[in-house]
Design a protein around this ligand. Structure first.
Ligand SMILES: CC(C)(COP(=O)(O)OP(=O)(O)OC[C@H]1O[C@@H](n2cnc3c(N)ncnc32)[C@H](O)[C@@H]1OP(=O)(O)O)[C@@H](O)C(=O)NCCC(=O)NCCS
Length: 262
């Protein structure tokens, strides 16, 4: 079984995996892993947005201007909320310099890198999904994490008992029609509560950012951070990513629902 989380999370993971041929072929669609998402306001078919919101209870808008997000709020009306995340970006030169410095230090004692295979049903993939879910991150399917849906690298560290205690992920979510097609996304950063504040978040984030350039061949990297997540923002900035003013990612949900992810 490659899906993990609540019934809703698993249903949406499956839907995202199965929709990849459509997402790759359709200008404006993005492989966001956990729900349908678009990256071009002008290409949005609102009937599709309305239908998916009614069925899925969540819809993503990536790399939108703040004005577009306001237009989306107006279009959706009072039954829906649009939670927003700021976009931070780095190019290869700045990120390589910052991440190389972070990665000069050894992995802290007692922790080891977990080697994930291409098998989405692997126990290690399940342990990564569990770590994400336990730390407030809505997980991806095993196939997404294993890089079987879009090009992707998943990072994990385990403690001496073999428990996964830190995760990160890089992938290429934008299709070839997108102006962001050379951009990798890094996210799904989770550190177990008892291991926080020791630089592990910065470390796995740096490993994922480096993999985005070296393994996935990206031209630039973006990460998304919510305004209430100061620690995540510092972690991201330590890897040289900087806020892109006026550009946001939005997640529409019914007003009564909790925020979909951290
Ligand atoms: C965000 C998270 C991954 C950070 O992991 P971590 O291992 O505790 O972070 P680090 O120890 O590497 O610290 C990262 C930065 O935050 C700072 N920081 C860490 N804990 C802090 C705290 N309690 N208060 C203020 N700053 C703090 C560190 O000093 C560091 O900044 P610096 O490089 O400027 O010194 C972790 O808190 C977590 O799993 N949170 C829940 C899931 C989440 O929010 N994920 C990110 C969304 S994608």
């Amino acid at each position: 079984m490659t899906y993990y989380g609540t019934e809703k999370q698993q249903r949406l993971q499956r839907q995202s995996d199965e929709a990849q041929p459509k997402i790759a072929a359709t200008p404006g669609l993005v492989q966001a892993g956990r729900f349908f998402s678009v990256d071009n306001f002008d290409l949005i078919d609102w009937a599709f947005v309305d239908e998916r919101l009614a069925q899925d209870g969540v819809f993503g808008f990536r790399m939108m201007s703040a004005t577009c997000i306001e237009d989306i709020r107006l279009k959706l009306g009072p039954s829906y909320r649009v939670d927003v995340w700021s976009v931070c970006r780095a190019d290869r030169t700045a990120a390589t310099r910052a991440c190389t410095a972070i990665l000069e230090d050894d992995i802290p004692g007692g922790l080891t890198r977990v080697n994930l295979t291409a098998d989405p049903g692997d126990d290690a993939v399940r342990a990564v999904q569990t770590c994400m879910a336990e730390n407030g991150i809505a997980p991806f399917s095993g196939a997404m994490l294993a890089g079987n849906i879009v090009p992707a690298v998943t990072i994990a560290l385990a403690d001496a008992q073999g428990h996964v205690v830190a995760t990160a992920h890089a992938n290429i979510p934008f299709n070839t029609h997108s102006k962001h097609s050379g951009t990798a996304w890094v996210g799904l950063i989770a550190v177990a509560a008892q291991q926080r504040g020791k630089g592990l978040g910065r470390l796995v984030n740096a490993l994922a950012v480096r993999a985005a350039f070296e393994t996935l061949g990206a031209d630039e990297v973006v990460e998304f951070v919510h305004a209430d997540n100061i620690i995540s923002r510092r972690m991201i900035e330590a890897c040289s990513l900087r806020l892109v003013p006026g550009i946001l990612c939005g997640l529409a949900t019914p007003i009564v629902d909790a925020r979909f992810t951290t």
